[in-house]
Design a binder for this molecule. Structure first.
Ligand SMILES: Cc1cc2nc3c(=O)[nH]c(=O)nc-3n(C[C@H](O)[C@H](O)[C@H](O)COP(=O)(O)OP(=O)(O)OC[C@H]3O[C@@H](n4cnc5c(N)ncnc54)[C@H](O)[C@@H]3O)c2cc1C
Length: 401
């Protein structure tokens, strides 16, 4: 993807990780919104991404600036959102991850998980209360599904419980890995009904007695994302804060299907960021009297990276188009997620490799992508879980247990 960082002083082709021009598939008005996000990322996020990643902090000062652009949650219809396409949302996801996968994750949790849960599973009243301020980034959301003892198996084994007492629900349990949890104004918490055994969703407001959050320390990926534990001890949540259209695990599964497709796009963006920075490096690093980009073995790696990226972009594009056409199923999103994240992992390793020793230094702009790829690989269903979803679809046999 040609960007402002391209070196125009040398007579070299622009650095471009969108080799087949997938952005051409956006209509002009969506392309303009995409460009707005790109400008913001290049001006505000790119210059500070490494610094905040190393400090393990999120650049909170960017949140109001992001909201002021008016383009957050671009694919939702109504509630202050632009009502544009899922393809635009996916392209924005890819672009964010191309610059900073941590920033993308913060955004993805807000839009693709928290807002999406309220949009798809909330009542009209709940949507009206939460979505406009979340669109303006005045309120921040989180999404609590995974638990300390149950990750891949949440559909069957969720341990967080809810129990109805009159007009109130009592929640008990713990969640782990929850992005934005430490500062979110509202956490969408999924819990199993003690009576019916069905999963329900709750809007747990910051300040609710019995709610505690604690930051997870020591991550080697997504370092600027504030992932946390969420502890719920006899939290009393009004029935009016139960997501009114979520009656079973099918509700979070619907949200996750879309989020999974978006994570496939995010993995492409991460690979693109690593590739672009690796290409720049190989054109300027001199060994044996020549830029290392001049060597055949280095070019082989660069072309392999571009091939992975381009194949993944094409796959993601088709998945987004299927969603627009209403034909995307779980297995379609899962195949893209498992394939593209595996290709991303390969790509970022080659990017790291062509930098030699400098590949492990954050300041050379590849190491962060290399590390973040590990988190992208595991979120929204691991490689194995997504493989099993596709395996079940093509064989008609479930191999989960
Ligand atoms: C950085 C980060 C951010 C996250 N953000 C959020 C968030 O905001 N909200 C949220 O709810 N969750 C979040 N998660 C959780 C994420 O979705 C889980 O980590 C993921 O679903 C895997 O669960 P687990 O880590 O408990 O691994 P486990 O389920 O313990 O799996 C461990 C390994 O066993 C394999 N495995 C498990 N079962 C099987 C099987 N039946 N067959 C074959 N292999 C199997 C898995 O594929 C994996 O390789 C986040 C995770 C990370 C790392």
């Amino acid at each position: 993807m040609a960007t402002k960082q391209d070196d125009t002083t040398l007579d070299l082709p622009p650095v471009n990780s969108d080799f087949y021009n997938i952005l051409e598939h956006l209509p002009p008005e969506e392309r303009a919104v995409f460009q707005q996000m790109r400008d913001f990322l290049e001006q505000e996020v790119s210059p500070i991404a490494n610094e905040y990643w190393l400090r393990d902090e999120f650049p909170m000062h960017l949140i109001p600036k992001l909201g002021a652009m008016g383009i957050v949650g671009a694919s939702f219809k109504g509630y202050g959102c632009l009502g544009m396409s899922f393809l635009l949302e996916c392209a924005i996801t890819m672009e964010q991850a191309r610059v900073d996968a941590s920033f993308q994750t913060f955004y993805g949790v807000q839009v693709g998980l928290a807002m999406a849960s309220i949009y798809h599973c909330g009542s009209e009243e709940q949507r009206n209360e939460w979505l406009p301020p979340m669109q303006r980034m005045e309120l921040i959301g989180a999404f609590g599904l995974t638990e300390p003892e149950v990750g891949s198996g949440t559909a069957r084994g969720m341990m967080t419980t809810c129990r109805r007492e009159g007009d109130v629900w009592v929640l008990n349990g713990a969640k782990k890995w929850i992005g934005n949890a430490t500062f979110a104004d509202v956490i969408v918490v999924w819990a199993r009904d003690e009576t019916t055994n069905q999963v329900k969703g709750f809007l747990v407001r910051r300040g609710t007695p019995g709610l505690e959050t604690k930051k997870i320390e020591g991550k080697i990926a997504f370092r600027s994302v504030q992932n946390g534990y969420v502890y719920l001890t006899n939290c009393r949540i009004a029935e009016s804060d139960r997501l009114q259209n979520a009656e079973s695990f099918a509700a979070p599964a619907h949200v996750l299907r879309l989020a999974r497709a978006a994570v496939a796009w995010s993995s492409v963006g991460c690979a693109m960021g690593a590739y672009e920075n690796a290409l720049r490096y190989t054109r300027s690093r001199i060994q044996f009297g020549k830029p290392i980009a001049n060597f055949q073995l280095v070019q082989h790696h660069l072309v392999q990276m571009l091939a992975n990226i381009t194949a993944s972009q094409a796959m993601c594009l088709l998945v987004a188009q299927m969603e627009l056409a209403g034909t995307m199923k779980d297995e379609h999103a899962s195949l893209a997620k498992m394939f593209c994240t595996a290709k991303m992992r390969e790509t970022v390793s080659w990017a790291r490799e062509v930098l030699g020793g400098n590949g492990i230094l954050v300041e050379h702009n590849v190491a962060r992508f290399f590390s973040d790829a590990e988190a992208i690989y595991s979120v929204e269903g691991t490689y194995e879980m997504n493989t099993l979803i596709v395996g079940r679809a093509i064989t008609g046999m479930s191999a989960f247990v």
